[in-house]
Write a protein that binds this ligand. Structure first.
Ligand SMILES: C[S@@+](CC[C@H](N)C(=O)[O-])C[C@H]1O[C@@H](n2cnc3c(N)ncnc32)[C@H](O)[C@@H]1O
Length: 215
């Protein structure tokens, strides 16, 4: 991953929860699995998977939401995360479903999931958007891998307060999503701010983005 400032202005790699690596990263994974469990469940309830057959989670961390998704009958779950430690941890947490072929987990980022075009009904990402180097390449990738009519759901923490994005940063996420998808909506859950968009039923390749320089 390039050593540049993230779109939020934060330096990359400064925080073991942002890109968990090595023994400290593995410890961070255990903490994430406990502290973000309720938020992951809240996002799953709000996103809903009724009518979905194929779901992609981007930045799955220790794999708690992957496991919740894998428990939904008939759902095929793919997860990507840039951290090899998180991919290994999520594989362990979902070992039976991986063996059964209902869960696939591999390295990837928001901007490069390695998945084919129009492959998913729903793409979810929980607590990762502030770690993306740029917003637009991630939004473009979510748009690319969704089938027409498919949904993108991106969420971020509301608590603790120190994790919050500023109102300007939240507006940038919403704008970047609307630029690629044509429209985006924001809603508040008790623990999360949620950005959602639907891929146009007859989507133009690359989405509806116009000028995306520096996004
Ligand atoms: C704070 S953790 C959140 C993990 C999990 N989604 C949760 O809610 O517990 C952030 C995760 O984003 C991943 N990540 C970092 N940079 C990323 C990027 N550019 N694209 C996708 N995921 C990224 C990290 O490896 C880490 O697993």
């Amino acid at each position: 991953m390039a050593e540049r400032e993230l779109w939020t202005g934060q330096p990359p790699g400064s925080n073991p929860f942002a890109l968990p690596r090595g023994p400290l990263g593995r410890a961070a994974g255990w903490v994430l699995a406990v502290t973000n469990r309720a938020q992951n469940a809240e996002v799953l309830r709000a996103a809903g998977v009724a009518g979905c057959r194929r779901v992609l989670e981007v930045g799955h961390g220790p794999g708690v939401l992957v496991r919740m998704l894998a428990e939904v009958p008939g759902l095929s779950v793919t997860g990507v995360d840039p951290s090899p430690e998180m991919v290994a941890m999520a594989r362990r947490r979902n070992a039976a479903a991986v063996r059964a072929g209902r869960v696939r987990l591999h390295r990837g980022t928001a901007a490069d999931t390695g998945e084919p075009d129009a492959a998913f009904d729903l793409v979810l990402s929980v607590n990762t958007v502030a770690m993306w180097p740029y917003l637009d390449p991630g939004m473009a990738e979510f748009h690319r891998v969704l089938r027409p009519g498919g949904r993108a759901v991106i969420t971020w923490h509301r608590f603790p307060e120190s994790f919050r994005l500023t109102p300007e940063q939240l507006a940038r996420v919403e704008e970047a999503m609307a630029l690629r998808f044509g429209a985006a909506r924001r809603r508040m859950l008790p623990g999360s701010v949620v950005f959602e968009a639907v891929k146009e039923a007859r989507a133009v390749p690359g989405g509806s983005a116009r000028a995306v320089q520096g996004a």
